[in-house]
Design a protein around this ligand. Structure first.
Ligand code: LLP
Length: 434
């Protein structure tokens, strides 16, 4: 049987696949393919779950800031705000979108390992809650900018706690061999924070780490909480850097395949709360203000991409290639990380699996593959084919390679549909050409 792995999918009386109560074939007919569909109800539920775990387990202030890199467009921010989320942004473009989407600057954390002077100015102009400083040079740059402006921004620092979170090398970011943040082991973090504490131009309030992405267990977060709080205690003994905010980043894993079995989001956030509380008690520290920055786990399980099959090439004893009308331009994750996805045929979700195939894109590139070894029912040219759990790091990483216009995003909630991002036109492709 074809398998459902994401949340919010169902079937209507015609036997067709539904998302959030809306028929997938109907949506594909109306909006065309490729098409991203997002179930708004699932996004809201995921926000609530994470917040509920913290409400239950954390007895000091906390914030959940959605990691914009996972998915970024204005309508999304409206609903995230309604759900009580903050936002993590890593560029002027994400900051601009978050502000246009209605976020208050005071709910925004500004990250990035190489922010430009112009972006720092923009963040200060906007009045973001926190600039998370990545390195010594950025500290000096921000200090000089702040001195010129006369305001004293509150900052935190990105730390690499030296934790290997057992995920794909390209999305593991907490190890010492990483371009992000300041190393603990070498003394770099302590040195740069001590320098910051000596400056009158800035106020250091906290530390941040992000140990990696698509992490299934709770143990790496427990470990991170311990390491980070121990560092906070050590820094308390030095003058000028009380460090009252702990940001544990994002990274909660989601179900892409039937074999994936992630811990629920409520349990994940509860475990983070408990780990920080236990470590703080053990170290005799007051509870810091806690920040989490989930991205993938909020929107990933809410999204589906729908394609139309263009051809099926069966190469006897070798492989089968099912070509669809999208590709690495709307989902580069297989090409980049060797990611796997679970397909489903929206017109026949009950049809038995009869083959395994490569779902190939339409770009001029052999590596342009959506997923490999995909269990598929019998599909032919003209059939719809949906790929599940594409709500994170798909649209946000989309490109115009081969001058393919990016697909639209429709949002569905209890059967009600609205277009959130329209399909790009050929005209859009020329918008910057002079
Ligand atoms: N906070 C910071 C500072 C981050 O760097 C990240 C992700 C997050 C939060 C959110 O992590 P999440 O909850 O989404 O795992 N493009 C890759 C993922 C890169 C993640 C980078 N940082 C992918 O498609 O798997």
């Amino acid at each position: 049987m074809q398998k459902i792995v994401m949340q919010g999918l169902g079937q209507n009386s015609a036997g067709h696949l539904t998302v959030g109560g809306a028929s997938v074939p109907e949506l594909a007919k109306h909006y065309g393919t490729p098409l991203y569909i997002l179930d708004e109800g699932v996004i809201r539920r995921n926000c609530r779950e994470i917040l509920s775990g913290l409400r239950e387990g954390y007895k000091a202030p906390f914030t959940v800031a959605f990691a914009s890199k996972a998915l970024c467009f204005t309508r999304l921010y409206g609903l995230l705000r309604e759900e009580g989320m903050g936002a993590d942004v890593v560029s002027g473009g994400e900051l601009y979108t978050a502000l246009k989407g209605g976020f208050r600057p005071s709910d925004i954390f500004f990250h990035g390992n190489n922010k430009t002077a112009a972006e720092l100015e923009y963040a200060l102009d906007a009045g973001v809650r926190r600039i998370v400083v990545d390195n010594a040079e950025e500290l000096e740059l921000l200090s000089a900018i702040a001195a010129r402006r006369g305001a004293v921004p509150e900052i935190s620092f990105r730390i690499k706690p030296g934790i290997d979170a057992h995920t794909h090398e390209f999305i593991a970011t907490g190890k010492i061999d990483s371009k992000f943040g300041l190393a603990l082991e070498t003394g770099e973090a302590a040195e740069v924070i001590a320098r910051a504490a000596s400056l009158k131009t800035l106020r250091v309030v906290g530390i941040h780490c992000h140990i990696g992405s698509q992490i299934f267990g709770t143990e790496p977060f427990e470990h991170a909480a311990k390491v980070m709080l121990t560092f906070m205690r050590d820094m308390r003994e030095k003058p000028g850097a009380p460090l009252n905010e702990l940001n544990l980043g994002g990274g909660f894993g989601i179900r892409y395949l039937p074999s994936h079995d992630p811990v629920t989001l409520a349990d994940m956030s509860l475990k983070c709360a408990e780990s920080v509380t236990a470590a703080a008690n053990e170290l005799g520290l007051p509870l810091p203000e806690l920040v989490l920055e989930p991205g993938r786990s909020i929107t990933g399980p809410a999204g589906l991409t729908v394609y139309t099959v263009g051809s099926v090439k069966k190469i006897p004893d070798v492989n089968t290639y099912v070509a669809v009308d999208g590709g690495m331009t709307d989902n580069p994750r297989c090409a980049l990380y060797g990611a796997y996805y679970e397909p489903i045929a929206p017109e026949r979700p009950d049809a038995p699996v009869t083959q395994t195939a490569v779902i190939a894109g339409r770009c001029c590139e052999s590596g342009d593959v959506i997923t490999r070894e995909a269990p598929l029912c019998d599909v032919r040219a003209g059939d719809l084919l949906a790929v599940q759990a594409t709500g994170a790091y798909n649209y946000s990483m989309a490109s115009n390679y081969n001058r393919l216009p990016r697909p639209p995003i429709v949002m569905v909630r209890d059967g009600a549909v609205r277009l959130a991002v329209r399909r790009e036109t050929y005209g859009d492709l020329l918008a910057c050409d002079q």
